[in-house]
Write a protein that binds this ligand. Structure first.
Ligand code: PLP
Length: 450
C-alpha cells in the first residue's frame, strides 16, 4: 500500500498533526485531555457530552449568486434551449476537472443512465459493479434491463477489490462501474487493465468524488466516461444535478443527443425526422447558476476536509479497535464525502456497532453506519423475479447469480463501517479533537456500556 502523495499544503497539514502527536507521546493521553477520561461518565449514561457546541451546516448559500439567478428568471430563458448558463457551467466544470468535454444532466442517476446507454449496455447484458454504494449505482443497470454483478469489496479500502473482477466476467459482461465511494479513489489502473483485456467499457461512478485524484488525475476522467452528482448533500450542491465527463467527441455527442430527446448534436449527421432514441435528462439554467457559485468554494473546502481527515487518521488509528480507511494503490487525494473508519467491536468489549454509534452521538458527535448489505436488498429480488427478467435471463443464470451473491468482504465492511458526514470535516481542529476525545472516552469506559 502506497502512502498518499500530498501537495505541499497537505503535507504541511499532516506534518504538523504528526509532530504534535509525537511530542505528546502515547495517544490516549495526548489529545489535549487533562486527567483521564475513564473517570468521566459517558453522555449516554447521563454524563456530560464531550462536544456541546454545534457543527457546520450544509449547504452554504452564496448571496452573490442571487442577482444573476433573478436576472435569468426575469428573462424567461430558463431551459437549455434558450439560455447560456448550462453550457458555461459545462465548460468550466470540464476545465476544473481536466476533461475534454462535460455534459450537464438533471441528476447523477440520469448521468449514469445516459453513460450506460451510449456505451452500449443493453437488455441481457451483465455489468460488474461495486456493492458498497448508493442504490442508484445498480438501479441504473436495472433500468437498462441488464444484470448488476457485484464484485466484492476490500474492507480496508471501502472499495471494489480489483483482484475480484476477473472471476465475475462472463460472455455477457459488457462494462464495469467502479464507484469512488465517499470520494475515495479506486485503483483505476487495475480496473482499466482488466477492462481492456476483456474489451469492457468503464463507467466511473464519481458521484461522490469531485476533485478526488488518482495518480494526480481527477477521478471521473480515467475510464470511458465518469458520472457526477450535484444533489443537495454533495460537495458541489444545486439541489439536484449531474454531469458526465469524457474525452471522446463522438461518445460525448451521443450522450448529449440521448439526454436531449435524441436530437443530433455536434458531429452527428442531421437527418430529417427523429432518427435517435433519447430522454429528457437536461439540467436547468438555475441549477447551472447555483453550481457556478458553489464552484468558488469547493477547492478550499476540500483542503479543509483533507487536512482534518488526515489529522483524524493519525489520531484515531492509535485507539484500539478504530481502523481508518486505507487508500487504494495509486490514490493520491481523497475528498471525503463521508469520513469512514472501521469499528472493531472485539476491542470494545464486544459492544455492538449500533450502541457505539449511539454512545458517540450522545457525546455530541454526529455519525452514521454507512451502507447496508444492499446485494441482499428486497429490490433486487423484486427485479430478478419480474416478468421481463425471467424472459431475458435463463433460470440457470439467475440461480448462479444468487449462489455467487455472497460477498464476505462487503459483509464485514457493512458490519464495521462508521462514518462522519463531510460537513463535520469542515469543523475546527478543536472539533476534531472532540471527535478523538469522545471515541477515547467511549473506549476507556467500554465496560460501562451494555
Ligand atoms: C455513489 C452515487 N451514485 C449515484 C448517485 C445518484 O446521484 P443523484 O442523487 O444525483 O441522482 C449518488 C447520489 O447520491 C451517489 O452517491
Amino acid at each position: 500500500m502506497k502512502a498518499r502523495k500530498l501537495t505541499r499544503r497537505q503535507a504541511i497539514a499532516t506534518t504538523s498533526a504528526g509532530v504534535v502527536g509525537t511530542m505528546l507521546g502515547f495517544p490516549f493521553r495526548s489529545f489535549g485531555i487533562t486527567g483521564t477520561l475513564q473517570q468521566k461518565k459517558l453522555a449516554i449514561n447521563g454524563g456530560e457530552k464531550v462536544h456541546a457546541g454545534s457543527w457546520p451546516t450544509w449547504p452554504y448559500w452564496d448571496q452573490s449568486a442571487e442577482e444573476g439567478i433573478l436576472d435569468m428568471f426575469r428573462s424567461g430563458r430558463w431551459w437549455l434551449g434558450n439560455g447560456e448558463h448550462v453550457t458555461e457551467f459545462e465548460k468550466r466544470y470540464a476545465e476544473m476537472m481536466g476533461a475534454k468535454r462535460c455534459l450537464a444532466t438533471a441528476s447523477g442517476t440520469t448521468a449514469l443512465i445516459t453513460a450506460l446507454q451510449v456505451l452500449g449496455v443493453d437488455a441481457g447484458d451483465e455489468v460488474l459493479v461495486s456493492p458498497y454504494t448508493f442504490i442508484a449505482t445498480y438501479n441504473v443497470i436495472f433500468s437498462h434491463k441488464a444484470l448488476p454483478v457485484f464484485v466484492d469489496s476490500d474492507p480496508e479500502t471501502f472499495l471494489l477489490d480489483p483482484k475480484k473482477i476477473e472471476e465475475r466476467i462472463t460472455d455477457r459482461t459488457v462494462a464495469i462501474v467502479p464507484v469512488h465511494i465517499y470520494g475515495l479513489p479506486v485503483d483505476m489502473d487495475s480496473v482499466n487493465r482488466t477492462a481492456k483485456s476483456h474489451n469492457l467499457k468503464v463507467i466511473e461512478d464519481a458521484c461522490q468524488a469531485w476533485l478526488a485524484e488518482y495518480r494526480g488525475k481527477r477521478a471521473g476522467t480515467l475510464g470511458d466516461l465518469g458520472c457526477f452528482s450535484f444533489q443537495n448533500s454533495k460537495h458541489l450542491p444545486a439541489g439536484e444535478g449531474g454531469a458526465i465527463l469524457g474525452n471522446d467527441d463522438d461518445i460525448m455527442d451521443r450522450c448529449h443527443a440521448y439526454h436531449n430527446c435524441g436530437r443530433p448534436y455536434g458531429n452527428m449527421p442531421k437527418i430529417a425526422g427523429n432518427p435517435h432514441n433519447g430522454m429528457n435528462y437536461r439540467m436547468q439554467q438555475s441549477q447551472a447558476l447555483i453550481l457556478m457559485s458553489q464552484m468558488k468554494r469547493i477547492e478550499k473546502d476540500n483542503d479543509v476536509r483533507l487536512a482534518n481527515a488526515l489529522y483524524l487518521d493519525r489520531k484515531l488509528k492509535e485507539i484500539p479497535g478504530i481502523v481508518p480507511y486505507k487508500p487504494a494503490d495509486g490514490a493520491t487525494r481523497a475528498v471525503y464525502h463521508l469520513y469512514p473508519f472501521r469499528y472493531i467491536k472485539e476491542e470494545f468489549n464486544n459492544i455492538p456497532k449500533n450502541i457505539f454509534i449511539r454512545a458517540l452521538s450522545a457525546e455530541g458527535i454526529p455519525c452514521g453506519s454507512g451502507y447496508g448489505k444492499q446485494n441482499k436488498d428486497g429490490l433486487i429480488e423484486e427485479v430478478l423475479t419480474s416478468k421481463g427478467y425471467k424472459r431475458i435471463f435463463s433460470e440457470s443464470r439467475l440461480k448462479l447469480w444468487r449462489e455467487q451473491n455472497e460477498l464476505p468482504g462487503n459483509d464485514l465492511l457493512c458490519d464495521q463501517a462508521v462514518t462522519f458526514y463531510q460537513s463535520v470535516l469542515l469543523g475546527s481542529r478543536s472539533d476534531m479533537d472532540d471527535i478523538v476525545n469522545a471515541i477515547t472516552k467511549i473506549y476507556e469506559n467500554r465496560n460501562t456500556l451494555v
